[in-house]
Design a protein around this ligand. Structure first.
Ligand SMILES: *Cc1c(COP(=O)(O)O)cnc(C)c1O
Length: 421
């Protein structure tokens, strides 16, 4: 029996309605940008396995460092203990984060990093004796699948059974260059009516909303407004962090810095699951007290796992290398040329790009997991390119080490796909 047949017996996959989508593909190997399945077919991983393995799969620079580390110290409790991989990672990460970030809190995935950001924002006010219970978020945001993260995400069909249990969240539109004044007016109204504790947002690019992009100047104005009203700003950089937007963090495009930043995905270069919520000294100080109960009583068993910290540190070293920085420039420039080639195609409605993130909307109505979208997905896979369209949006977010010829194959396959629709 093949792996994909044996899979059906016991496995339950994420984001899958198994009755409608019973088939999986069994991947047996990944190297650089190539995935290989059990039948020997290969696929270019043009979305870096959900934007994680940005330095390529099984990158030897990272795997060797982790191999060495795993013979030295595998796992230890992070309450009361510390270790070199966490200390070194903290020094390297604080050095590249926006200047006001000064403390790191560990967890295991993007959703928990957001959960912690929300708890920090709520307890910040609580510890100051100022009980605020409402959160602010963008329309169409996505922040993860745990309850706090689901609450600040925009309501989707998948959240139906849980909506009654959500936190109280008010929504504002994303700034598009024309609506900044309207957003500020709305914010003025919201702060009069509600005690707003924090603003949770994906800076510049909203990933799961199909790579929707918004205006940095407008976001900066919103962040300034939040600062003026002691609304804690929580930048969810789980997708945008570590070079995707052309700078180390999307937050680097605004001069108003967030109070809290959530990181995961590319943090560990796709090797191991880990997340970090960073914050400013001001946030940390609100928890620093002779009173035990003012501490942040949140902790995951695998917090700051030494192997994951080692992978993250190696990833940050790669990110800062000339080689990777040049690759980011190269891919951004290639996307611009592809954009010129495809933007006037009759089946293309709009295109957009920030750094190495490129997206195009088809001028065709499609359900997020509908038949036409499935047809597109199957076409890509049959042609050896792993792309996962989000409804009628096709996006590319390939590893930084993708070669020019691989990139051209991705572009060409997208162009060919337009012909079968
Ligand atoms: C993927 C993602 C999350 C959730 O991360 P998980 O590791 O899947 O829990 C949160 N926020 C953003 C912006 C994401 O892209």
């Amino acid at each position: 029996m093949t792996l994909k047949e044996r899979d059906k017996k016991h496995l339950w996959h994420p984001l899958t309605q198994h009755k409608l989508h019973p088939e999986t593909i069994a991947i047996v190997k990944a190297k650089a940008c190539t995935l290989t399945d059990e039948d020997g077919n290969t696929y270019i991983d043009a979305i870096a396995s959900w934007y994680t393995c940005m330095y390529g799969h099984c990158n030897p620079f990272i795997t060797e460092r982790v191999t060495t580390q795993m013979q030295q110290l595998d796992q230890v409790v992070f309450s009361g203990f510390t270790h070199e991989p966490a200390v070194k990672l903290s020094e390297a990460l604080i050095a590249i984060l926006p200047d006001n970030q000064n403390k790191l809190f560990f967890s295991d995935n993007g959703s928990t990093s957001v959960e912690i950001g929300i708890k920090m924002a709520l307890q910040y006010h609580f510890n100051h004796g100022d009980k605020r219970s409402v959160l602010l978020a963008f329309e169409d945001g996505f922040h993860g699948d745990t309850f706090g993260a689901m609450s600040v995400s925009s309501l989707s069909v998948y959240n139906g059974p849980f909506e009654d249990f959500f936190l109280d969240v008010k929504r504002i539109p994303t700034p598009n260059g024309d609506n900044h004044e309207a957003i500020l007016n709305l914010l003025e109204k919201l702060v009069l009516e509600h005690d707003i504790a924090g603003f949770v947002y994906e800076p510049l690019v909203q990933g799961a909303a199909a790579m929707k992009m918004h205006n940095a100047e407008g976001l900066n104005q919103i962040l300034k407004f939040c600062k003026a009203h002691q609304i804690i700003t929580v930048a969810d950089e789980v997708m945008t962090g570590f070079g995707k937007t052309g700078k180390h963090f999307a937050s680097d495009y605004m001069d108003t810095m967030p109070d809290i930043i959530c990181m995961s995905k590319a943090l560990t270069a796709g090797l191991l699951p880990m997340a970090i919520t960073s914050c400013s000294q001001d946030i940390y100080d609100a928890f620093y007290s002779d009173d035990m109960s003012k501490g942040l009583f949140h902790g995951h068993t695998y917090s700051a796992n030494p192997l994951a910290c080692t992978a993250a540190l190696a990833g940050i070293e790669l990110l800062q290398s000339d080689d990777i920085q040049q690759n980011i420039q190269r891919i951004s420039a290639a996307h611009q040329q592809f954009n010129a080639r495809i933007k006037n195609h009759p089946k293309v409605k709009t295109t957009r790009q920030t750094g190495i993130i490129f997206a195009l909307d088809l001028d065709i109505e499609m359900e997020r997991y509908g038949n036409l979208r499935d047809k597109l997905l199957v076409f890509f896979m049959d042609n050896g390119v792993f792309l996962r369209p989000l409804g009628s949006t096709i996006y590319i977010q390939a590893p930084y080490i993708i070669t020019d010829s691989e990139l051209e194959k991705v572009y060409k396959t997208i162009e060919n796909a337009l012909e079968i629709l």
